[in-house]
Design a binder for this molecule. Structure first.
Ligand SMILES: [Zn+2]
Ligand SMILES: [Zn+2]
Length: 293
């Protein structure tokens, strides 16, 4: 774990800058949310208490965030106690079955505050939270390589999910990361060709089976992928099954290297990790209303 970066404030967000990643109907809802937000006092993105500046964490939430970035597995970046001389170590799971990505860093360990931020973006339409997440993810992106050598891609939603939600939260984060770092991005490399059932309570083998074949390369994307270092961006890295499935498509399509960057990573030994399957259940859209406040 690293020392905490300077506390981020997000004053002056312009929600309309996210327009390319927002579908039409969802755009109306997002705009309505932005108007409501404008009229209300700023609130902590973690717990919702009133704070001094827009999108500034309260001290309690800020203190509880567990920033990642210490020694980790060379494949999946999960924190490991110490690096060996030479710096290449791998976790047991990756030694048994190396994932299709090289490096999967996250800004913070998954816990109550990280979860609340992700849910408020995803279900509460707090699209400005994408900028907050991106700012805290930018350091991890820089560790993957020079920004001009990277190509950012969001993990796509199935079109039904995109239509009902109105926006892809991962695409919003990609837009903000690109704006902050100057890295290239492309929202049209991958397609989610079939919806996937909840991964809740499934074994690793079952999760892999559910997401297998969920992604495909867009028809005209092969030449844009060939030889590039792709960085797949998503909000939460839980079991990693979805990221692995998307990364495999990119690898098969000629990407020189694929990494995965997320806002929050489930770290099994972290004190606040909770049950890894709690998060998977949230994809059912059932717990939306509680998070809209
Ligand atoms: Zn708070
Ligand atoms: Zn690993």
């Amino acid at each position: 774990m690293l020392h905490k970066p300077v506390m981020a404030t997000m004053a002056g967000d312009a929600e309309k800058e996210n327009a390319p990643a927002v579908a039409w109907l969802g755009g109306l809802r997002v705009a309505a949310r932005a108007i409501v937000d404008y009229a209300l006092p700023p609130r902590c993105p973690g717990c919702g208490v009133i704070v001094g500046e827009d999108r500034q964490f309260c001290l309690t939430c800020w203190s509880s965030l567990d920033f990642l970035g210490g020694p980790g597995c060379v494949h999946c970046s999960i924190p490991l106690p110490a690096s060996l001389p030479g710096g290449t170590i791998a976790c047991g799971a990756c030694l048994a079955e190396p994932p299709p990505f090289e490096g999967a860093p996250a800004a913070v360990a998954y816990g109550p505050v990280a979860r609340a931020v992700a849910l408020r973006l995803k279900y509460g339409r707090r699209t400005g939270h994408a900028r907050l997440m991106a700012r805290l993810m930018a350091r991890q992106l820089a560790a993957l390589g020079d920004s001009d050598a990277l190509l950012l891609a969001s993990v796509p939603l199935h079109r039904w999910r995109l239509w009902s939600r109105g926006f892809n939260q991962a695409a919003l984060v990609v837009d903000e990361l690109a704006r902050l770092t100057g890295a290239a991005h492309d929202h049209h490399l991958l397609m989610r060709v079939r919806p996937t059932a909840s991964l809740r309570g499934k074994s690793r083998r079952e999760r892999e089976r559910i997401v297998a074949g969920a992604f495909a390369l867009a028809p005209d994307a092969r030449r844009r992928v060939a030889g590039r270092h792709l960085v797949l961006v998503d909000d939460v890295h839980a079991s990693g099954a979805t990221l692995r499935a998307a990364a495999r498509v990119l690898r098969r399509s000629g990407a020189a290297r694929v990494s995965a960057l997320t806002w929050a990573r489930v770290v099994p030994d972290a004190p606040d990790a909770g049950n890894i399957f709690d998060f998977a259940s949230l994809d059912s859209d059932m717990q939306v209303e509680r998070m809209t406040g």
